[in-house]
Design a protein around this ligand. Structure first.
Ligand SMILES: [Zn+2]
Length: 160
């Protein structure tokens, strides 16, 4: 099955993803397709929700050379710093939009990696922004939700 990136306002982007219990071959094959799509679209992260798969995983690559593919399965934030960061975010599901979004500068995350091993790490700055952005996708949330209602309406009218 070929995977396609869903774009706003597709209602499937709003479905909350379910935890993964087993890393079956189907998930592994979908992971490969997710990486292909992410690199093709020049993104730094792509969540399963964005291709209509409602399971909790995302792929990402923060390296400049785009040669460091990483997978986060069942990612969970267990701590957020009170200190904030504002980052100009884009989203492959809302092409053409960039927004300044305020998030925690540092977070502690737990996830399962591609080998089925639990990882725990404190991440900051762009990596922290990325984890929060992708976990939002798994919860059915988009960057556009961060805007006040009136501003959101204006932007939606401009985009569509
Ligand atoms: Zn996104």
């Amino acid at each position: 099955m070929e995977l396609k990136i869903l774009t706003f306002p597709n209602p499937r982007l709003r479905i909350k993803a379910k935890e993964i219990k087993f890393l079956d071959p189907e998930i592994k094959s979908n992971l490969t397709k997710l990486f292909d799509l992410m690199y093709e679209k020049d993104g730094i992260g792509l969540a399963a929700t964005q291709v209509g798969i409602h399971q909790r995983f995302f792929v990402y690559d923060l390296s400049e050379e785009k040669n460091s593919p990483k997978i986060a399965i069942n990612p969970r934030i267990i701590w957020k710093s009170p200190e904030k960061i504002i980052y100009n975010e884009g989203c492959l599901s809302i092409p053409g939009l960039r927004l300044n979004v305020e998030r925690s500068k540092k977070i502690k995350v737990v996830w399962i990696d591609e080998n089925g091993l639990e990882q725990q790490k404190e991440v900051e700055d762009l990596e922290s922004v990325l984890f929060q952005h992708e976990i939002d996708h798994l919860d059915g949330k988009l960057i556009i939700d961060k805007l006040p209602k009136e501003e959101r309406k204006k932007i939606i009218e401009l985009l569509y």
